[in-house]
Ligand binder design. Structure first.
Ligand code: NAD
Ligand code: TYD
Length: 356
């Protein structure tokens, strides 16, 4: 079986679901269940006899050691992280703790486990670290897309904490020989994404008649990938990636934020028409501090070495995503607890981004 950290979060839960859809190998999910982790994300796979759940923090090395000793996974797929840039601006400490220290503790536990395995199992073991394109910093309009050799230049506390974790993983491979793999992916969207991120926030605000807060001039560009395409890429790298290598994952789908928001409005108008449509709710608000202008991924290495390409198009996958949020009002209500309302107040309410 494999160990999946952060498997109750957005991408992790989609990965767990895809894992069981594609094969019969078991999985252990280890998750702290922060505001972003939710057992409801795993509701439809929870009953699988080969899915085990452990409520633990990756910073707690003893807890991780116990899980590794008991379950003896053949691989670790490491998703657990604090993942939201805006939150990292308001409170960076937890980002350093989980993303950097937590990855360090996990690496040490993994190294001990891996060293204790018999030779054959040791050779087959993998530690796959799931990371982000944000470690490469910001591109200008005419710059070539990020590739695996682009120098690191993180600009937000989130990006810096993920960059630090990538460096730890690299060092644990070079120094100790731990068989690691790193993936750096662009922005994901799809079912179960916590409604603090651009796409679900806009969908829910739109249907609730609230403003659609676009930061700055709305011309920042992100490279969007549907979450199941990301999960398929991770699985491909896990099975066939070369040890010690990094693989960039992206959708070849650059869009300006304002165009994403307009596309959401259009998808909603098609699925839940309302007189006058939704675009009149768009409101330009104060920019995010240090807001990276453009991200774009060159996923050529993953395509040429491992034959992976995204299978979804932005328009159809966005329509599916909008449908999912319209159909899952119970899930939405369940994840929006008091802490969620406090966050919305902090980031968008008094004292936070105001109409520009
Ligand atoms: P998420 O915030 O939705 O989920 C994170 C999960 O990690 C949650 O289940 C949370 O409970 C868990 N977690 C947090 N701290 C933990 C700790 N200390 N110990 C154990 N579990 C902990 O994040 P996501 O969007 O699913 O992202 C998953 C991974 O993918 C992250 O490493 C992120 O950096 C990376 N990534 C995300 C994107 C994206 O667009 N969302 C893009 C590229 C890479
Ligand atoms: P986000 O989903 O937070 O991902 P990231 O910052 O990791 O790329 O934001 C995506 C883009 O959307 C980013 O350029 C910031 C912008 N954005 C808004 O304009 N308004 C919002 O309310 C949010 C959450 C994001």
């Amino acid at each position: 079986m494999i160990l999946i950290t952060g498997g109750a979060g957005f991408i992790g839960a989609n990965f767990v679901r895809e894992w069981f859809a594609r094969g019969d190998e078991g999985a252990v999910v280890l998750d702290k269940l922060t505001y972003a982790g939710n057992m409801a994300n795993l509701a439809d796979v929870r009953q699988k006899p080969d899915l085990h759940f452990v409520h633990a923090d990756i910073c707690d090395r003893t807890a991780v050691q116990q899980v590794l000793a008991a379950q003896r996974p053949r691989a670790i797929v490491h998703f657990a992280a604090e993942s939201h840039v805006d939150r990292s601006i308001h409170g960076p400490a937890q980002f350093l703790q989980t993303n950097f220290i937590g990855t360090f503790e996990l690496l040490e536990a993994a190294r001990e486990h891996w060293s204790s395995l018999p030779a054959g199992e040791r050779d087959a073991f993998r530690f796959l670290h799931v990371s982000t394109d944000e470690v490469y910093g910001s591109l200008d309009e005419a710059d070539p897309a990020f590739c695996e050799t682009t120098p690191y230049a993180p600009n937000s506390p989130y990006a810096a904490s993920k960059a630090g974790s990538d460096h730890l993983v690299r060092a644990w491979h070079h120094t100790y020989g731990l068989p690691t793999l790193i993936t750096n992916c662009s922005n994901n969207y799809g079912p179960y994404q916590f409604p603090e991120k651009l796409i679900p926030l806009m969908i829910l605000n739109a249907i609730e008649g609230k403003p659609l807060p676009v930061y700055g001039d709305g011309r920042n560009v992100r490279d969007w990938l549907y979450v199941t395409d990301h999960c398929a890429a991770i699985q491909r790298v896990l099975e066939n990636g070369r040890i010690g290598q990094t693989y960039n994952i992206g959708g070849n789908c650059e869009r300006r934020n304002i165009d994403v928001v307009r596309a959401i409005c259009a998808a909603l108008s098609a699925q839940r028409p309302k007189p006058g449509g939704y675009e009149s709710q768009i409101q330009f608000v104060k920019d995010r501090p240090g807001h990276d202008r453009r991200y774009a991924i060159d996923a050529g290495k993953l395509a040429s070495e491992l034959g992976w390409r995204p299978s979804e198009t932005f328009e159809s996958a966005l329509a599916k995503t909008v449908r999912w949020y319209l159909d899952h009002t119970d899930w939405v209500a369940g994840v929006r607890d008091g802490r969620y309302r406090k966050w919305i107040e902090l980031n968008y309410g008094d004292g936070a981004p105001k109409p520009a």
